[in-house]
Design a protein around this ligand. Structure first.
Ligand code: ADP
Ligand code: ZN
Ligand code: ZN
Length: 738
C-alpha cells in the first residue's frame, strides 16, 4: 500500500488528515472532520458532512489542522465538486470581511454562494434541452395518438420548446425519445435564439469623449498597473457613465472580467442598456430581482472565468471572479452599499479591499463623494480625479432657496413654486417635484383632542396612504384601515398633517389637469415593469410632472427636465445622526442634478423654513467639495468618522432594561481595551416591531486596535448565556447611528 502517511489514520503517532469546516449558521466557530483517504480537499470547497443526526453542506476553511486531542473525528462524507466553489481570492476576501465586520465566517462564506449551492444542489445549470419538430404527424401510425398529438403541438411552436414546457403541457420524456428515434424531432442543447451567433448584439468601438472627459480618462491608471484607487468626482451630468464605458473598452482584454457596482439596478434600466450597446452579450447583471436559477447561471459564468462585465448591486462584490481586472463603484456615496442587517458589510469598502487583493485598479465615482472617500483622497490614499463640466452643451443647474416661513402653501407647495412649474410646462418642458416621504401624509392628527395615530409595535407614527385607505408603519409591516374620524374621540376634525408623495401628486393633478403627473416611489414601482413604463413616458420628452422620493435622485438621465422643486429641505438639518447633514446635501445635489441635463438649462427651487442655515446657503453655490470640506472640518473637530473608526453594539430585547443592561456590562470591558464608549442609550426609534433597542457606540483612533478589541468582545459575548429574548449585534462602520 502506498497511501501517504498523513492520510493513513492507522499509522501510530501521526494524526489523520483533518479539515476545518464552516457551516451556514450564525456560529462563531468551525468544525473539524477527518478527510477520508480517497478525498483531496482545499479551502473554499463544498463538502457534505454528518452534522448531528443529519448531514449538512459545509465549506472547507482549512486542511491539515491538528485535531483536538482525544476526540475521534467523524469523516467528511463527500465533496460536492472537485474544485473550490470559492476560488482563493474570493475566499481570502470573505475571510477578511468576516474578521473586519466581526460576522461569523460561515455565514459570510455562504453569502457568496447562490441559494441553490447553499442548499447543497449541484453546481450545474439544469439541463433543459430544446426540441423542434422535424417531420409531420402523418408519418406516424394511426394508433400513435399521443405521439401525433405531441408532434402537432410542436408544430404550433415553430421555433420549438424546452423539455420542461413540453412536460408541463402534459407529454412525457419517453414520448419525446420515441419521436427522436423515428427522427421526427430534433434536440438542441438550448433555445435557438441564444445559440444563434447573429442574434447577439454587436460590440461597438468606445464612446467619443469630450476634452474634459478625456483629461479625466487619462488620469485613471491602466488595469495592468496594479492596485490603485481613484475617486472620480464628476458633477451630475458630467458623463461619468461615458467615462466608465471608455475605460472598460480601453482596459479590458478579451479574456478579462470587469465589475461595475451600482446602487439599485432596477431603477436605471437605461444604464444597463448603455453598457449593452457597447459590450453586447459580455454584459451580465446581478440584483435582487433575479430568481434562483438566474443567479446560479450568472454565478457559474463568473466562476468559470467567462469574460463578463458584470453590473450588479452590493452583493456582486462577493462573486467568485477569477479574471477580475478592474472594479468600478458608481454613486459610491449611496447608503444602499451598506447592508443593514446580518452580515453588515459595505459593498464599496469590500470592493476597495478586493481591488487591493487582486492588484487591480478601482474607480469610485460620484457627484457627491462620501466623506470617507473624499478624506482618503485628501490624505493621498486615493487619487482624486475631477470632472467639473457637464457633457455636451449642458450647464449646471441654478439652485435657489425659497423661504416658505410665512407663505401660504397648497399641499406643501408655495405660489412661486407652482408658478415656476406652470412656466416650465408651458415652455414644453418637464418638472420634477421631490418629496422625502411616500404615502399621503406622514401622520393623521385630531384637531379636537390632539390624538395622533401611532404604530402599536413601534415608537413611530403611522403614515396615511390614501390610495388604499390604509395607515402603515414604515418601520415594521404593521398596517390598519384608515378611519374618517378620530379613533379616540370620534371627532371628524381628523386630518392628514404634512406632505407625502401621494398628496403632492393630488395637488399637482388638480392644479395642472391637462398634464400627466407621474409618481415615483416604492409604492408606485412595486409592480414589475412599472419603472420601465414610467421612464418611457418621461423619455417621450413631452411635458409632464414627476413627483417622487429619493428614487428620483438616483442616476437618471432625463434630458427634458428643466425644473426641480424640493418641497421641504429641512428634514436633515437638525437630526441627531451625525451623518444627516452629509446625506441631506448629497440627496439635494443629486436630485438637483436631474435638472438641465440636455440642451436647456436647469433651475432648482428648494423650499425651506431655514434659508439662513449655512448648509443650505452654501448649497446654492453648488460646489460639493466646498461643502464637504466644511463637513469634514466639523467631523474632525468632533472626532467622528472618517477621522476615527466607529462601531456600534446593539442590544434588542422584549424590554429596554434587558437591552441596556447587556450594554452596561459590556461598557467597562470595552474600556479595558482603551476604546472609548458612548452610552448605552435607547435607539432613536427605541421600540421597533416590539423589540426594545439600545446601543453602545465605540470609537477609536486606531482601526486595528478597535478590530482586535471587537474580536475578543464578540467571542466573549458569544459564550455568555443571555436572558431569553435578548439578542446583540455588532455594526462596524455604521451608516445609521440614531
Ligand atoms: P453622469 O453619470 O455623470 O450624471 P451621464 O453619463 O449620465 O452623466 O451623462 C449625462 C448625459 O450626457 C447623457 O445623456 C450622456 O449621453 C451625455 N454625454 C456624456 N458624455 C458625452 C459626450 N462625450 N458627448 C456627448 N454627450 C455626452
Ligand atoms: Zn380626537
Ligand atoms: Zn411599526
Amino acid at each position: 500500500m502506498t497511501a501517504s502517511p498523513q492520510r493513513n489514520p492507522g499509522l501510530a503517532g501521526i494524526p489523520p488528515a483533518t479539515a476545518r469546516i464552516a457551516l451556514n449558521r450564525p456560529l462563531r466557530r468551525l468544525f473539524d472532520y477527518q478527510i477520508p483517504n480517497n478525498l483531496k480537499l482545499e479551502p473554499g470547497q463544498r463538502v457534505r458532512i454528518p452534522f448531528g443526526r443529519q448531514s449538512a453542506t459545509g465549506l472547507v476553511v482549512d486542511t491539515g489542522v491538528t485535531p483536538p486531542e482525544g476526540i475521534r473525528l467523524k469523516p467528511v462524507q463527500s465533496a460536492h465538486e472537485p474544485w473550490p466553489a470559492l476560488p482563493q481570492e474570493t475566499f481570502r476576501l470573505l475571510s477578511w470581511a468576516a474578521d473586519y465586520y466581526q460576522h461569523p465566517l460561515g455565514e459570510c462564506l455562504f453569502t457568496a454562494l447562490p441559494p441553490a449551492l447553499r442548499r447543497g444542489r449541484p453546481a450545474a445549470e439544469k439541463q433543459d434541452p430544446w426540441w423542434q419538430a422535424n417531420g409531420v404527424p402523418e408519418a406516424l401510425p394511426a394508433n400513435a395518438h399521443r405521439q401525433k398529438s405531441l408532434l402537432t403541438w410542436l408544430h404550433k411552436h415553430p421555433s420549438g420548446a424546452p423539455a420542461s414546457a413540453i412536460v408541463a403541457a402534459g407529454y412525457t420524456q419517453s414520448q419525446l425519445r420515441t419521436l427522436l428515434q423515428k427522427e421526427l424531432v430534433t434536440q438542441l442543447n438550448e433555445a435557438p435564439s441564444t445559440v444563434e451567433p447573429t442574434e447577439s448584439a454587436p460590440e461597438l468601438p468606445g464612446p467619443n469623449l469630450s476634452a474634459a472627459q478625456q483629461v479625466a480618462a487619462d488620469q485613471i491608471p491602466s488595469a495592468e498597473s496594479g492596485f490603485s484607487a481613484s475617486l472620480l468626482y464628476g458633477i451630475t451630468g458630467s458623463g461619468k457613465t461615458e467615462l466608465y464605458l471608455h475605460y472598460l473598452k480601453r482596459e479590458l482584454g478579451p479574456s478579462s472580467q470587469g465589475l461595475v457596482l451600482v446602487p439599485e439596478i432596477n431603477l436605471t434600466p437605461q444604464t444597463v442598456a448603455r453598457f449593452r450597446h457597447y459590450f453586447g452579450d459580455r454584459i451580465v447583471v446581478w440584483h435582487s430581482a433575479l430568481n434562483d436559477s438566474q443567479r446560479l447561471t450568472t454565478w457559474l459564468k463568473v466562476r468559470r472565468g467567462e469574460p463578463v462585465i458584470l453590473i450588479g448591486t452590493r452583493s456582486a462584490v462577493l462573486l467568485p471572479f477569477t479574471h477580475l481586472k478592474t472594479i468600478i463603484v458608481d454613486e459610491e456615496h449611496d447608503s444602499s452599499y451598506k447592508q443593514g442587517e446580518g452580515f453588515r458589510y459595505s459593498g464599496r469598502d469590500v470592493a476597495v479591499y478586493r481591488a487591493h487583493l487582486n492588484q487591480c485598479p478601482i474607480i469610485l465615482g460620484s457627484a457627491t463623494p462620501s466623506l470617507e472617500s473624499y478624506h482618503n483622497a485628501l490624505s493621498g490614499k486615493y487619487r482624486l480625479i475631477r470632472l467639473e463640466e457637464r457633457a455636451g452643451n449642458a450647464q449646471p443647474p441654478a439652485i435657489s432657496l425659497l423661504d416658505i416661513r410665512s407663505r401660504p402653501l397648497e399641499g406643501g407647495l408655495s405660489r412661486p413654486a407652482l408658478q415656476a412649474i406652470e412656466r416650465c410646462l408651458s415652455a414644453g418642458q418637464q418638472a420634477l417635484v421631490f418629496v422625502n416621504r411616500r404615502g399621503f401624509a406622514p401622520v393623521m392628527m385630531c384637531f379636537d383632542c390632539g390624538h395622533m395615530v401611532e404604530c402599536p409595535r413601534c415608537d413611530t407614527r403611522l403614515t396615511y396612504h390614501r390610495r388604499d385607505r390604509a395607515m402603515r408603519c414604515h418601520h415594521c409591516d404593521y398596517q390598519t384601515a384608515a378611519t374618517e374620524t378620530c379613533p379616540k374621540c370620534q371627532s371628524d376634525a381628523f386630518k392628514p398633517v404634512g406632505q407625502g408623495t401621494e398628496r403632492t401628486e393630488d395637488i399637482l393633478t388638480a392644479q395642472f389637469p391637462d398634464t400627466p403627473v407621474v409618481r415615483v416611489d416604492r409604492d408606485s414601482t412595486q409592480r414589475k415593469g412599472s419603472i420601465q413604463s414610467i421612464l418611457k413616458q418621461v423619455n417621450t420628452g413631452k411635458p409632464c410632472i414627476l413627483v417622487g422620493t429619493q428614487m428620483l435622485a438616483k442616476g437618471h438621465d432625463f434630458p427634458n427636465v428643466t425644473l426641480v422643486v424640493v418641497v421641504n429641505a429641512d428634514g436633515g438639518l437638525f437630526s441627531v445622526d451625525f451623518r444627516a447633514p452629509e446625506q441631506l446635501i448629497q440627496t439635494l445635489l443629486q436630485v438637483s442634478g436631474r435638472a438641465g441635463r440636455g440642451e436647456k438649462s436647469g433651475k432648482v427651487l428648494v423650499q425651506t423654513c431655514h434659508s439662513d442655515h449655512p448648509i443650505l446657503s452654501s448649497l446654492c453655490d453648488g460646489h460639493y467639495l466646498t461643502l464637504a470640506d466644511q463637513l469634514l472640518a466639523e467631523r474632525e473637530e468632533n472626532q467622528l468618522p472618517p477621522f476615527r473608526a466607529m462601531a456600534i453594539f446593539r442590544g434588542e430585547a422584549d424590554t429596554m432594561e434587558k437591552s441596556l443592561q447587556l450594554l452596561d456590562t459590556l461598557k467597562p470591558k470595552v474600556r479595558t481595551y482603551g476604546i472609548e464608549a458612548w452610552g448605552p442609550l435607547p435607539a432613536l426609534i427605541a421600540r421597533r416591531a416590539d423589540r426594545h433597542r439600545a446601543q453602545l457606540v465605540l470609537c477609536c483612533d486606531n482601526r486595528k486596535q478597535l478590530n482586535h478589541a471587537l474580536g475578543h468582545l464578540c467571542q466573549e459575548l458569544d459564550q455568555q448565556k443571555l436572558p431569553a429574548g435578548l439578542r446583540w449585534m455588532i455594526d462596524v462602520d455604521p451608516q445609521e447611528t440614531g
